[in-house]
Design a protein around this ligand. Structure first.
Ligand code: TNX
Length: 550
């Protein structure tokens, strides 16, 4: 790396390319060295190794088509047999996408010479990331849809070798508190893909609305997806009186899953249980401790009314729901929530108390019998999902009691949960409220003219400063799968507002997730944001926060 850097500094005086082009790539590549000269890419033929999947061919093909259109000179695309051999024999020129099985699953390399661009990767993720890197090196007009022949369509000669620091680079979206149509979810995925995120955590159920069609329980998308109004602003006693609802059909879910997959993103669905279930109870009241009646909540907060853990019908329900969810989402993980499950009802419920006795659970000074009962629910669901080939993720609270081996903890209350989980031998994902809650305000200036948000602050600088391995025993660091930010939508109801909360914090997140420790540089990042990424976001048509605090 050092050697490459020195070489890069020596070569900084090259003539044509946009100054600082390699510095401007977000997330910053692991290694990037500038060489003398540049390559014209407008009109360049693009050739892809036919051994790559059809999705990869399509991605390279549409990149070439877009570049040709925007730059004003067609970039022909082909996937000729024997491309690697022809390249080795020096018989082919252009932008070549070659398979190199010696590279890691998400790694790629780019070598730009004066008339060629050679990209290497072992699989589809690497190729997709190389395309994002190439886009980042071109004029921002490449993100738009207008012909821009006058721009300088060159790439600087360079060598880039890149791969992510963390395997889990997640972004979450709450579709329960407010419902986001498929088109907006796709834009969200587009933004994630631009910055090489690879896990979309989709929060589909909560007290305020159930958002996924389940064939075995049809009332979920007839009753549980509706609420009778919504509180206004921060006034918990108010109600706007407007019936609010929406859900995704199973076909729409499949559409989103496929759209994400084409962008290298795995969708991780969340069915939050056994708390945060009021909307489901409104449709199937027999699943609660008291039998109801219940209504999907019109205000925010944590409802006391949760699934009854003492009745078998609860498990029948959860197994039926999760069976359909497991079919719809091909990824290896299902998030089962587990957060904020008040135990007041369980304490009073004869069925829950009978279950506690049957299982021999009791308070032991560390945890209450009811906490152990939640632990029992988690383990039962975990075992059930294992029969479907799925692993579970749960919020911090699943650490209360003894989670079964193989559970992954998503640590939201701080970083301590992840530290504890990794020390206890569990995999963990960091999503600490202190750095990663994008429903919080983006500035601590009380006079700033900001839209409504949750009552807390997470600035761009704050997210950028997250040290994911702080406090983690180096011997257990492999248990930290990665980092994620969460975007809860209690106070966010329009796509413009959603994008404003996401951007540009998503870009800071991407560097935390992607860049090697020590590669991050806040000064460079803020400069690049202003000079390069804001024009990119502008061209891509996103709404984003344009002020940078300092
Ligand atoms: C906590 S994070 C919650 C959510 C809220 C969020 C608001 C977590 C597991 N639970 O239900 O929407 O705070 O910031």
């Amino acid at each position: 790396m050092k050697r490459l850097l020195i070489l890069g500094i020596l070569c900084l005086s090259m003539p044509f390319a946009r100054a600082g082009v390699l510095e401007d790539i977000v997330p910053r590549p692991a290694e990037a060295v500038l060489l003398r000269g540049s390559a014209h890419v407008s009109g360049l033929p693009f050739k892809c190794d036919p051994a790559f999947s059809p999705d990869v061919q399509a991605a390279v093909g549409s990149f070439a088509a877009r570049l040709g259109y925007i730059s004003g000179r067609t970039c022909p695309f082909s996937a000729p047999p024997g491309l690697s051999e022809a390249f080795a024999a020096g018989k082919v020129k252009g932008a070549l996408f070659l398979r190199d099985s010696s590279l890691g699953p998400e790694a790629y390399s780019i070598e730009v010479g004066s008339g060629s661009v050679i990209v290497r990767a072992s699989g589809s993720s690497g190729i997709l990331y190389s395309l994002e890197t190439l886009r980042q090196m071109l004029p921002a007009a490449i993100y738009g849809d207008k012909v821009a022949e006058k721009e300088r369509w060159t790439l600087p000669c360079c060598i880039i070798r890149d791969e992510p620091r963390f395997a889990w680079r997640g972004m979450h979206l709450d579709s329960s508190r407010h419902f986001w149509p498929v088109e907006e979810v796709k834009r969200y995925l587009d933004a994630m893909a631009m910055y090489k995120l690879n896990r979309f955590h989709w929060h589909l159920t909560d007290d305020q609305g159930w958002r996924i069609e389940i064939k075995a329980y049809p009332l979920l998308s007839q009753i549980a997806c509706w609420r009778e109004g919504t509180m206004v602003g921060r006034d918990f006693s108010s109600n706007d009186g407007i019936r609010y609802g929406g859900f995704y059909t199973q076909d729409e879910i499949r559409e989103v899953v496929a759209y994400a997959a084409r962008r290298g993103i795995t969708v991780v669905p969340e069915v939050d249980l056994p708390g945060h279930m009021l909307a489901a109870l409104s449709a199937y009241p027999h699943l609660g401790c008291t039998g109801g009646p219940y209504a999907a909540w019109t205000r925010w907060g944590v409802s006391d009314q949760v699934l009854c853990a003492g009745k078998e019908s609860t498990f029948e329900f959860l197994e039926a729901v999760l069976s359909e969810v497991a079919e719809l989402f091909p990824g290896e993980y299902i998030h089962i929530g587990g957060d904020e499950c008040p135990k007041d009802e369980w304490r009073k419920c004869p069925d829950c108390q009978a279950k506690i006795r049957e299982l021999g659970l009791h308070d032991d000074g560390r945890f209450t019998a009811e906490q152990y009962l939640q632990n029992y629910v988690t383990r039962r669901i975990q075992d059930f999902l294992a029969t479907k080939g799925k692993k579970i993720i749960g919020w911090d609270e699943i650490l209360e009691g003894e989670p079964a081996p193989g559970a992954t903890v998503m640590s939201w209350q701080g970083t301590a949960g992840a530290v504890e989980a990794s020390a206890r031998g569990f995999d963990a994902i960091l999503a600490p409220v202190s750095h990663c809650y994008f429903d919080y305000r983006q500035t601590d200036d009380p006079d700033a003219d900001e839209p409504l948000s949750f009552n807390g602050v997470v600035t761009l600088e704050r997210i950028y400063s997250l040290d994911p391995l702080a406090g983690v025993d180096p011997a257990q660091a492999h248990h930290i799968l990665g980092v994620q930010a969460n975007l809860w939508t209690e106070y966010i109801s329009t796509p413009e507002h959603l994008e404003y909360m996401l951007l540009p914090r998503l870009l800071a997140l991407s560097e935390v997730q992607w860049c090697p420790a020590g590669q991050r540089d806040p000064e460079r990042f803020l400069r690049v944001l202003r000079e390069h990424e804001f024009p990119v976001l502008e061209q891509a048509g996103f709404n984003y926060r344009k002020t940078i605090n300092q």
